[in-house]
Every structure is written in structure tokens, then in C-alpha cells.
Design a protein around this ligand. Structure first.
Ligand code: NAD
Ligand code: DAU
Length: 335
């Protein structure tokens, strides 16, 4: 099997490439990634000499490149995206380019070359947000995105399904909840808070810190994608959740506890504009159809994540000394 994986130098994509190379020694992987601020070849240093793995630097919106690479692929798994909500609030142009135009370009490449499957990685954020007593999102929840990021992901999902209905392109989509684990860029909640505390800095909790996310350990997400690309029904969407709804303050307190720090390290800062209050995913469909459910419990996932950042200081210190800093300063100045 030949997989064209896009965005494989990012957080989830790099975990997925390592997972597939370990599980399927006869599979060939091409990783197409533009190496934006979030793409990092250090994430894949341990597999870069694997004969079944090849890296190509490029833009998923590049027509000729995507078409050429699709000629030699059975499946496209599209992780490539601008993925950070706060960045989309500061400037959404790159989100439109990659998440919408890039996905459209990949769909065309898949269609022109008769691929066996196009699997698109999406998010629970396309469904909007929930009140405290609302039932969790499921595959039938109407789309209601509220940030430039989630609107761009929603547009991409609609294009993917349109290619199924219009051209019979064999597509699947997975919409998953918040991931955490090794190699997450230190702009997202876990990576930022753990590394700030390791540097002796405070952690910026937005608003009242009572926003709820449904946390999914990244290797569990990889297992779900593996099942969907092999056994998922064409034309279907699968919701993937962590069965782990937690307010941000509880995540923060757990990180403080694991690093032996006190609550004085919390700094309450101005809230994210349009901050979605609660996400939760009902994953009954993938459980009943494909037998998937998350297997990493909260304590184990949090311990593994904190340990990984403690043991990989060079990785995040290099990131935090570069481009990242400019973004961080801009974000706080413009709020
Ligand atoms: P990430 O930001 O860590 O990685 C994104 C990768 O895409 C980077 O390697 C980047 O270089 C690459 N990329 C960006 N623009 C590109 C372009 N034009 N062409 C080629 N490559 C490009 O993101 P992530 O957290 O790993 O998320 C991966 C996917 O999963 C995204 O589609 C995201 O929307 C989705 N998702 C993420 C989460 C989460 O919690 N992280 C949850 C649900 C869905
Ligand atoms: O739900 C899936 C989504 O999860 C993905 O589609 C996105 O790609 C991914 O980035 C993530 O989005 P969130 O906005 O939920 O993740 P983030 O880690 O940025 O924030 C998680 C929560 O923590 C959110 O309520 C905002 C809050 N937060 C975040 C940061 C970075 C803070 O309170 N302080 C912070 O500094």
C-alpha cells in the first residue's frame, strides 16, 4: 500500500507516520509537507532513513506537485492544515489557502488519478460549541463553525463530501476532538503550559478557565485513522473523541501537580475572542462499526506527555527561541 500523507511533519501527522511504519513494514509513505512554522523534520528524525519513507517539501496547493505525487499513491491522508485557532484570529489568509484551496487541490489530484481513498482529517470545531447540558456532537450535528480556523475546516469538509456525491470520489472524513501527546507544538495548551513551567514561567489561562475540551491521546487518534482508512465506509464521516471532558483549569492543575508547581504559576489573561465554551464527541459510530475506542486514560496520557517534554528539552527550546516568539508577542500585543 502506498500512502501520500500530507502535513506529516506536524504533531499528529508525525505520530501517524511513525505508527504506520511500525505496524505495516511493507507500506510505502510519502510525506508532503511545506514545513511552515509548525512543520519540523526533528519530529521524524528516527524514521528518516527508513527505506519505506520519503519526505517531499511542498505545498498541498501546488497543482503539478500534488498531481505528480498522487500518480504513485493508493491513498491520500490529508493532515496538512493551519491548525491554531489563535493564529486564525490574528490572520486567517494562510488558513484559507491551505485548509480550503489546498484540500481542493488534493481532491482534484485524487480524482484525476483514480485513487482508492481520500481520507480527510477534520475537527470537532466544525460543529460549533455546546452548552453545559447539551448532548455531545455526533455525525449528524449540523455544521456551525465560529472561528476562522473552524470555518476553513468546515469548508474543506464540505468540498470533500461534494467530491464524493458529485464525482464518486472514495472519501472518508474523521472529525476528532483535542489531541495531546508528544511532538505537539508549544503554542497549544499542553505544550505551552508544560514548557512554560519547565522554564519557570507562568501559564496564561484564558478567561475563567472553565472551557471544556474532550482530550484524546494522540496514539489513540492514530489507531482510529488506521481503522478508518482500511475499513471505514466510503462516503462516511466518523466522530472520534477521547471520552475525557475536562475544563482547562483541571488540565492546568494536573500539569502543575505533575511538575510539582503551585497555583501561583497561573496567570488569568484576557479571553480568546469568540472562545468556544465546550466540545464533546460522541464516538458511538466508530465504536460500533469499527470497534475503536480510546484506550489511554487521562492520568496515563498526562504523565506520558509531561515526561516527553521533560525528556525533549532541545526540541522545544529550539522552537521557542525562533519564529514562535514573534507570534507570541504579536498575539498579546493585539489583544
Ligand atoms: P500541526 O499544526 O502540528 O501540523 C500541520 C502540518 O501541516 C505542519 O507540518 C505544516 O508544515 C503542514 N502544512 C501547513 N500548511 C501546509 C501546506 N500548504 N502544504 C503542506 N503542508 C502544510 O497540526 P496538527 O495538530 O498535527 O493537526 C493535523 C490535522 O488534524 C489538521 O488538519 C487539524 O485541523 C486536525 N486536527 C487537529 C487536532 C489537534 O488537537 N491538534 C484536533 C482535531 C483535528
Ligand atoms: O477541538 C479540536 C481542535 O483542538 C483542533 O481542531 C485544533 O487544531 C487544535 O488546535 C485544538 O484547538 P483548541 O483551540 O481547542 O486548542 P488549544 O490548545 O489552542 O486550546 C485549548 C483550550 O485551552 C482552549 O479552550 C483555549 C485554552 N487556552 C489555550 C492556550 C494556548 C488557554 O487557556 N491558554 C492558552 O495559552
Amino acid at each position: 500500500m502506498k500512502l501520500l500523507i500530507t502535513g506529516g511533519a506536524g504533531f499528529i501527522g508525525s505520530n501517524f507516520i511513525r505508527y504506520i511504519l511500525n505496524k505495516y513494514p511493507d507500506y510505502k509513505i510519502v510525506n508532503l509537507d511545506l514545513l511552515t512554522y509548525a512543520g519540523n523534520l526533528e519530529n521524524l528524525r528516527d524514521v528518516e532513513n527508513n527505506p519505506n519513507y520519503k519526505f517531499i517539501k511542498g505545498d498541498i496547493a501546488d497543482k503539478n506537485l500534488a498531481n505528480d505525487l498522487a500518480k504513485d499513491a493508493d491513498i491520500i491522508v490529508n493532515f496538512a492544515a493551519e491548525s491554531h485557532v489563535d493564529r486564525s484570529i490574528l490572520d486567517s489568509a494562510a488558513f484559507i489557502h491551505t485548509n480550503i484551496l489546498g484540500t481542493h487541490n488534493l481532491l482534484e489530484a485524487a480524482r484525476n488519478n483514480g485513487l482508492k481513498r481520500f481520507h480527510h482529517i477534520s475537527t470537532d470545531e466544525v460543529y460549533g460549541h455546546l452548552g453545559p447540558n447539551d448532548p455531545a456532537f455526533n455525525e449528524k450535528t449540523p455544521y456551525a463553525p465560529r472561528s476562522p480556523y473552524s470555518a476553513s475546516k468546515a469548508a474543506a469538509d464540505h468540498l470533500v463530501m461534494a467530491y464524493f456525491h458529485t464525482y464518486n470520489l472514495p472519501v472518508t472524513i474523521s472529525n476528532c476532538s483535542n489531541n495531546y501527546g508528544p511532538y505537539q507544538f508549544p503554542e497549544k495548551l499542553h505544550g505551552l503550559f508544560i514548557t512554560n513551567l519547565l522554564e519557570g514561567k507562568k501559564v496564561p489561562v484564558y478567561g475563567d478557565g472553565r472551557q471544556v475540551r474532550d482530550w484524546l491521546f494522540v496514539s489513540d487518534h492514530c489507531e482510529a485513522i488506521d481503522l478508518i482508512i482500511h475499513k471505514g465506509k466510503i462516503g462516511e464521516t466518523y466522530c472520534v473523541g477521547g471520552n475525557c471532558e475536562k475544563p482547562n483549569l483541571e488540565i492546568t492543575q494536573k500539569i502543575l501537580e505533575l511538575l510539582g508547581k503551585g497555583e501561583e504559576m497561573i496567570e488569568y489573561v484576557k479571553d480568546r475572542p469568540g472562545h468556544d465554551r465546550r466540545y464533546a464527541m460522541n464516538f458511538a459510530k466508530i465504536k460500533s462499526e469499527l470497534g475503536w475506542e480510546p484506550r489511554t486514560n487521562f492520568d496515563e496520557g498526562m504523565r506520558k506527555t509531561v515526561e516527553w517534554y521533560k525528556n525533549n528539552e532541545d526540541w522545544w527550546k529550539t522552537i521557542k527561541s525562533g519564529e514562535y516568539l514573534k507570534y507570541y508577542e504579536k498575539q498579546y500585543k493585539e489583544r
